[in-house]
Design a protein around this ligand. Structure first.
Ligand SMILES: [Zn+2]
Ligand SMILES: [Zn+2]
Ligand SMILES: [Zn+2]
Length: 482
């Protein structure tokens, strides 16, 4: 194993957790600990017609590979850039008559790459894929059965002329994908669009209250010549000061679940019992389940059950695009919740978050802004101060207030969100750039507002009648994080 001298990290034995990564020098909030290009990545089956198979951006009218008719690209530049990764896959898809599922496609891309590069891609790769955990021995029988089907499909897909591979190795790689695959999002981080493997990232262990965050940066792919495109890569960014020798951690699950639930999710998908500080001491569990003083236990139980049922119905209505129904259900639910739960209570926060996002989408910004602020207050008490989800919620609240004409609050929120995203996403990420533009714009509007309210109101009316102020790229209301 070779370690790139540039990266301030090293592999070490992290006790029960197996191998881990630690830093060899102190890190400050927002520092990029390391960046890593994907070893291989594929677009989800369900989005293969809408997302570019090269740069993973969403496209309304993509260019189709004339040979396999499966891969789609922004344009010929993206197609050319992806040809090296796609050529063997292209002929395999043609031979089989259809593309296999995303796990099998990713496993094949990984194999082709291993054969081409003999397993180690660069000096900075800290591990080989052979050494990564596949957890096959801990899998439930039904999951193992599913994996076996993938393995069979793999052999139907794998071309005879490619180097032969053993069944056990294919099972290992698919197991690695299942527990180490990293979800890729579109260019603005709003929608999950694919899955990829980042071997160094696989070495970073979980903590529910981590000192790092992972962000995907698609780089700049605007140049006409693909050789000038910067690569798609993840960045591991420090959320706080990390001292020399300290272990690096990221969170594999959203913190907004009580400790028992996080432990269940981690066990189910990653096969370990979380013994982090926050789970061991159930930190913040009380806030996440906080009820108002003197609420009788039976009423709390009744409203809790009702909330869970309502959340299922709300999600269904949202999936169907029945947004007015979503709002009606949210308001009915909130009425019952508000007399019993505090604003940090998770099911209440989920309803508030959905209501504010959908109201924003329906351009009912005034009502949405009140809800969005309560979400921000709740999240601020629960999340790490530099959590990316918190930053995104503050950004949404800022945009909602801006659209509602509440420029003073809007500017304050946008500045707060910008400060967090500079740490979690960095200055070159498209969302941070959006935020920076919004910060400048709201600052200008705020100045105007303070000088002459009448002129400001006229200007706003003119802007609103011309075009709906939506965030670039955000045409659909994004799903509430669960
Ligand atoms: Zn593209
Ligand atoms: Zn093709
Ligand atoms: Zn934990």
């Amino acid at each position: 194993m070779t370690v790139d001298k540039m990266d301030p990290v090293e592999v070490f034995a992290a006790g029960e957790k197996g191998r881990g990564l630690r830093v060899t020098k102190e890190m400050s909030p927002g520092d990029v600990v390391f960046a890593e290009a994907s070893f291989a990545a594929v677009v989800f089956d369900s989005l293969s017609l809408q997302v570019c198979h090269s740069c993973f951006r969403r496209q309304s009218n993509p260019h189709r590979c004339a040979q396999c008719k499966f891969a789609h690209y922004c344009d010929r530049t993206c197609q050319r850039a992806a040809w090296d990764e796609h050529k063997q896959e292209c002929s395999a898809i043609r031979k089989m008559g259809k593309a296999p599922n995303e796990n099998v496609r990713l496993a094949a891309r990984i194999m082709w790459r291993i054969h081409k590069d003999t397993g180690l891609v660069s000096d900075s790769q800290l591990t080989t894929l052979d050494l990564l955990e596949d957890h096959l021995s801990q899998m439930l029988p039904e999951d193992l059965k599913e994996l076996k089907v993938d393995v069979q499909n793999f052999f139907q897909y794998w071309p005879k002329k490619s180097k032969p591979v053993g069944e056990d190795y294919v099972a290992h790689i698919i197991g690695v994908i299942n527990c180490n695959g990293f979800t890729l999002s579109d260019q603005r981080g709003l929608q999950a669009v694919g899955v990829g493997l980042f071997p160094n990232l696989c070495l970073v262990n979980h903590d529910c209250w981590p000192n790092c965050t992972v962000i995907l940066n698609h780089g700049d792919q605007t140049a006409l010549d693909a050789t000038f495109h910067s690569e798609r890569r993840i960045e591991l960014r420090a959320l706080e000061t990390i001292s020399e020798g300290e272990e690096l951690t990221v969170s594999y699950v959203d913190f907004l679940n009580v400790s028992k639930e996080r432990q269940r999710l981690l066990k189910q998908q990653y096969y370990f019992d979380c013994k982090c500080e926050h789970c061991t001491h159930a930190v913040k569990d009380q806030l996440m389940t906080a009820v108002k003083d003197k609420s009788p236990a039976d009423v709390v139980k009744q409203v809790t059950d009702l909330s869970l049922q309502a959340l299922t119905k709300i999600e269904e209505a949202r999936t169907e695009g029945n947004f007015h129904e979503v709002i009606k259900l949210c308001q009915e639910c909130l009425e019952k919740q508000e007399s019993v739960f505090e604003d940090t209570h998770l099911p209440l926060l989920r309803v508030l978050s959905t209501a504010s996002e959908v109201l924003s989408f329906l351009q009912q910004f005034h009502q949405a802004s009140g809800y969005s602020l309560r979400v921000v207050d709740g999240y601020s008490q629960l999340y790490h101060r530099n959590n990316a989800q918190l930053g995104m919620a503050i950004m949404r609240a800022g945009v909602t207030h801006w659209h509602a004409g509440l420029i003073e609050v809007a500017h304050g929120l946008i500045c707060r969100a910008f400060a967090i995203l500079m740490i979690t996403h960095g200055p070159h990420h498209p969302i941070t750039k959006d935020l920076e533009a919004m910060r400048t714009q709201t600052e200008m509007e705020l100045r105007l507002f303070k000088q002459n309210k009448h002129v400001y109101d006229n200007m706003r009316e003119a802007v609103l009648s011309n075009k709906p102020l939506m965030l670039a790229g955000e045409q659909v209301p994004i799903k509430a994080t669960s």
